[in-house]
Design a protein around this ligand. Structure first.
Ligand SMILES: Cc1cc2nc3c(=O)[nH]c(=O)nc-3n(C[C@H](O)[C@H](O)[C@H](O)COP(=O)(O)OP(=O)(O)OC[C@H]3O[C@@H](n4cnc5c(N)ncnc54)[C@H](O)[C@@H]3O)c2cc1C
Length: 471
């Protein structure tokens, strides 16, 4: 994996092109150019390492607004960039582009009878979590409720329930999408079935603007979940012990091992602030007694610095990872691993804990996949690499010149890991130019060929050119 982050900031054009002026006239209060006060706020990206500078930002209130906007941009041949939050940015919108910000389309309707939710494109998972929990149900969100349900699901969507229930993309019943021809389509296993297949795993920013999805919710109200923190000096032993644990655990457990340097920031609680740990975290969907028995593997071993595993209501799922909510500059990269070998553990421990460089603000997490992820869902989709067992994510926080150092650090880590990795990617953990360059690695070969044909059919002029690279 190579970091080739695209963060250039182009100056927006001073006067609007005719298609922009027409669009602004047709969508008053929902389309903004450089001179509008709303423009600067709307073009922000959660990952502050990036900045959009489009010709126009559209904040549609409905699928019909999206259709109008797409029609104008597509007729003008302008690139269309879609963003909910900017947690997983791919291409930045430059002066010729239209940026669609979905945040106003955030309606969520939970149906407790059918165990489903209809979710608007701009809704973050936190807006789904409350009503789902109130109905005794759970959505298949990931480690943070702060990303959009749609953006997360289009890239796969792997959370703490994944080994038991599969990916979020495996539990989609329908997707409403505006395609490059300006049509609003409701795709299902029976209608526009090819597009429905492609969007689930291959749809992020590349096939149209999704305006809403209908998903399954699952009957989970509580878990046995949490974190065990061991000192960084024990990282190698923890890695090996974790590998041994995975040989015995059921699908009801989804877990990870992380090597983490906590920043010396005030918001970080005192016992962990500025310190480094090897962390075993996860969620078990079974009785508390069985959860305790699973944790015996650790508790009968060595005493951790902190043991926070215990019964947890599903409503608190975000506390497992405690991901940051405030926007920040940084980067994320990833690799699928076939096994957690001694060499991989050693390479990560050395890089994260034992050498100079920007490592204090870097963490590496290996998540356990397999289980239901490895099985084809009821309605197959484009998502690839189902059989892979472990996904590594490397995340760093840095700005300015330190971001360049961080990228060099991660690039070196990639070089060191190269002999031991599968050479394929989980697309939700990639961003920027690396995501473009490695798009094909996210798919099985036949699926990628099919995806490209579907892309050619529904977006022949590649107006959605700033998402996955399908051309
Ligand atoms: C702190 C953090 C924790 C995370 N945890 C997990 C995790 O546990 N599991 C996991 O699988 N992933 C995780 N991710 C990755 C996350 O799921 C992806 O970054 C996801 O793409 C974010 O979606 P978004 O819509 O919020 O971001 P955005 O940057 O707005 O969008 C991401 C991509 O989706 C496209 N997109 C968004 N909305 C639409 C739409 N309506 N129509 C078409 N395309 C659209 C965008 O064009 C872009 O390509 C995490 C990311 C962060 C930063």
């Amino acid at each position: 994996m190579t970091i080739e982050t695209i963060r250039t900031t182009a100056e927006p054009i001073a006067s609007a092109a005719p298609w922009v002026a027409d669009l602004v006239a047709e969508l008053p209060g929902r389309a903004f150019t450089l001179n509008d006060p709303a423009y600067d706020e709307l073009r922000q990206v959660w990952n502050r390492a990036y900045e959009h500078s489009p010709a126009v930002v559209v904040r549609p209130a409905s699928a019909e607004d999206v259709a109008v906007a797409v029609g104008h941009a597509a007729r003008a041949g302008a690139p269309i960039v879609v963003q909910a939050t900017g947690h997983g940015i791919v291409g930045i919108a430059e002066r010729d582009a239209m940026l669609v910000i979905t945040s106003a389309m955030d309606d969520v309707v939970v149906d407790a009878e059918t165990w489903t939710a209809r979710i608007g494109a701009g809704a973050k998972w936190d807006k789904v979590l409350g009503p789902a929990v109130a109905a005794g149900l759970a959505p298949l969100l990931g480690s943070t409720p702060d990303v959009s349900a749609v953006g997360y699901t289009l890239g796969g969507g792997m959370g703490w329930l994944a080994r038991k229930y599969g990916l979020s993309a495996d539990h989609v019943r329908s997707i409403e999408v505006v395609t490059a021809d300006g049509l609003i389509r409701t795709t299902t296993p029976d209608d526009d079935a090819d597009l429905f297949w492609a969007l689930r795993g291959g749809g992020a920013g590349s096939l149209g603007v999704v305006t809403a999805i209908e998903i399954d919710l699952v009957p989970v109200t509580s878990m046995y979940a949490g974190n065990l923190l061991y000192p960084a000096s024990m990282a190698r032993d923890v890695g090996v012990r974790y590998r041994e644990w995975l040989d015995q655990v059921p699908e009801e457990l989804t877990s990870s091992v992380s090597f983490m340097n906590f920043p010396p920031f005030e918001e970080v609680p005192e016992p962990i602030r500025g310190r480094s740990f090897a962390i075993v975290r996860g969620a078990f969907l079974g009785s508390d007694a069985d959860g305790e028995r699973l944790l015996d593997h650790w508790r009968s071993w060595r005493t951790p610095v902190l043991d926070m595993w215990g019964p947890m209501p599903f409503a608190d799922v975000a506390t497992i990872s405690n991901d940051p909510l405030d926007p920040m500059p940084g980067m994320s990269s990833t690799e699928w691993l076939d096994a957690i070998t001694d060499e991989i553990i050693d390479t990560l421990a050395t890089a994260l804990f034992e050498q100079d460089g920007p490592s204090p603000l870097v963490f590496a997490e290996i998540r356990h996949a397999g289980g239901a992820i490895a099985r084809e869902p009821e309605y197959p989709n484009a998502y690839g690499n189902r059989q892979r067992q472990h996904v590594l994510q490397v995340v760093g926080v840095a700005a300015g010149p330190e971001l360049v150092l961080l990228e060099e650090f991660v690039r070196q880590l990639q070089v060191d890991l190269a002999p031991h990795i599968a050479g394929v990617a989980y697309l939700n953990f990639l961003e920027g130019a690396e995501k473009v360059r490695r798009t094909s690695e996210g798919f099985d070969r036949d699926a990628f060929d099919r995806l490209r044909l579907i892309k050619a059919e529904f977006d022949p002029h590649n107006v959605f050119s700033h998402g996955l690279a399908l051309v």
